[in-house]
Design a binder for this molecule. Structure first.
Ligand code: XIL
Length: 487
């Protein structure tokens, strides 16, 4: 797809060529999330529970840049269930609640997979009927719990061999190929509004594997099985560049079946090459940028998710396959993705606004003490078109005790407001603050300053993150500021 580039994009590209990626971006780029909302794309990252609980910078970067979360491991069968009929949802619940509190969607990974099957299932010696019952019960239990909260499900993952044909998983060898159909039908019954995906690796191009998957999903569709799309993991390595032309042909044929596609687990290993680091990082950037551009050029490509976002936490460690380095600095891959968004939006004739917050406020202060009154001031610049604002602070559950919950109103008393800390029984977490999103033309303009002041009511706070979200005239939610407090 040929883009007519707006002058501003050409300037960015020129600067990029002349000065290298990093220095071209002296003005803070728009966070992915803001660009993605204008492009109608889910921009996602797989998340791990431990850094979500313990690493404020991880939380701040995630909230600032992404509008979708995939639990990297927390929803896997073996993680959820260690004995027949027993489930521990604490990790998954935390991630799903975190996503909702920060206006992010959730992609549920994964209901049926050959890996991470609990030992009690794997070694249980079950026959076909028994295993079908286990499969159905598992799917019904998990999907029902998150009905209305998880927008997309990865229903069946990695069921096809690299050369085509069904993988000889426990599910296939015991039940037969119809386990796939059963899985989709069961998930749909448990949440008819969730969109259901088949997901696999090395399936984005045109190969024996992607042909097999194409025929499989075509058959499922033809028989009325509720499948909405195909996910491409896109775990990449520099020595195997994906063929974008073939990927486009593959997306087009899936589109013709009435299916969506998504990039679901992208990362790019660079340690497989001995080229100088700068060159490898630029190649990695090209992989990410090309994949995102390709996705953006199809309306049926509804999401782009990477398997993590910081090299600090990646299953490929010690490789550095993601777009933020381990100190949360954006890498060339980040800027390549940014440029892909900007080119796409410019080509559509959409004005790419200046960053709403020139320096997205990320403030970290020391461990707060109970009774302490904290005042956090932040300024919002260039707010044209923004209508409502919500500030919300959340503390992870381990620190909770009981208390009252008070809603604050940001616009009471001019530019400052006071909110009281308290326990929100509905969400099972401590909230300090929140004015509701509502249209408020009074906050348009520039240079508006707000003060958030709250009294702390509990002893230990492992990490507390406040986000300020704005809603614009079209109802899109944009993150404005992230404030983290930690000890
Ligand atoms: C990986 C996780 O990233 C690891 O933390 C875990 O130890 C193993 O699983 N394809 C998938 C993912 O669908 O579930 C895998 O995630 C990576 C490959």
């Amino acid at each position: 797809m040929v883009h007519k580039l707006a002058p501003v994009v050409l300037l960015v590209l020129l600067l990029t060529v002349l000065t290298g990626f990093a220095s071209a971006q002296t003005a803070a780029p728009q966070p992915f999330r803001m660009l993605a909302s204008q492009a109608n794309l889910d921009i996602g990252a797989a998340v791990a529970l431990q850094p979500l609980l313990n690493d404020p910078q991880y939380v701040a970067t995630l909230i600032r840049e992404f509008n979708l979360i995939v639990p990297e491991n927390a929803l896997k069968f073996a993680v959820l269930s260690s004995a027949p009929g027993q489930y521990n949802f604490s990790g998954a619940d935390y991630i799903v609640d975190f996503a909702r509190a920060n206006n992010m969607k959730v992609f549920g990974h994964v209901l049926v997979w050959h890996d991470r099957i609990p030992a009690w299932v794997l070694n249980g010696g079950y026959n076909r009927d028994q295993l079908l019952t286990i499969l159905r019960n598992h799917i019904t239990t998990v999907v029902t719990r998150y009905r209305g909260k998880i927008a997309y499900w990865d229903v069946v993952n990695e069921a096809v061999n690299p050369t085509g044909g069904y993988r000889a998983s426990l599910w296939y060898t015991t039940i037969g190929a119809d386990y796939i159909e059963t899985a989709f039908r069961t998930a749909h019954e448990a949440d008819p509004n969730a969109l259901l995906f088949y997901n696999d690796y090395s399936n984005e191009g045109l190969t024996a594997k992607s042909d097999f998957i194409y025929n499989m999903v075509k058959d499922l569709k033809a028989r009325g099985v509720p499948i909405d799309g195909v996910g491409f993991h896109m775990h990449q390595r520099l020595d195997f560049p994906p063929d974008m032309a073939k990927m486009r042909q593959n997306i087009a044929r899936l589109e013709a079946l009435g299916l969506q596609v998504r990039i679901t687990e992208m990362d790019v290993q660079i340690n497989v090459s001995t080229a100088p680091l700068a060159e490898r990082l630029n190649q990695q950037a090209k992989f990410f940028g090309d994949a995102l551009s390709t996705c953006l050029s199809f309306s049926v490509c509804t999401g782009f998710t990477s398997w993590g976002f910081t090299d600090k936490y990646t299953w490929r460690s010690p490789d550095t396959p993601l777009m933020f380095d381990s100190a949360y600095q954006p890498k060339p891959a980040y800027f390549a993705m940014n440029n892909a968004f900007v080119s796409y939006l410019a080509n559509l004739g959409k004005v790419v606004p200046e960053p709403t917050v020139p320096s997205l406020v990320i403030q970290t202060i020391g461990r707060p003490v109970p009774g302490q009154v904290l005042t956090v001031a932040f300024k919002l610049y260039r707010m044209a078109g923004l209508y409502g604002l919500e500030t919300r602070c959340q503390i992870p559950p381990p620190a909770v005790s009981s208390g009252g919950y008070t809603d604050g109103d940001l616009f009471t008393g001019g530019n400052s407001f006071v909110v009281n800390g308290g326990y929100n029984p509905a969400e099972g977490s401590w909230d300090i603050a929140a004015s509701r999103l509502r249209p408020n033309p009074a906050i348009s303009g520039s240079g508006t300053a707000f003060t958030l002041r709250f009294t702390l009511a509990q002893a230990t706070i492992p990490v507390l993150t406040c986000t300020a979200l704005a809603v614009d005239a079209e109802g899109r939610v944009l993150p404005l500021a992230v404030i983290t407090l930690s000890g």
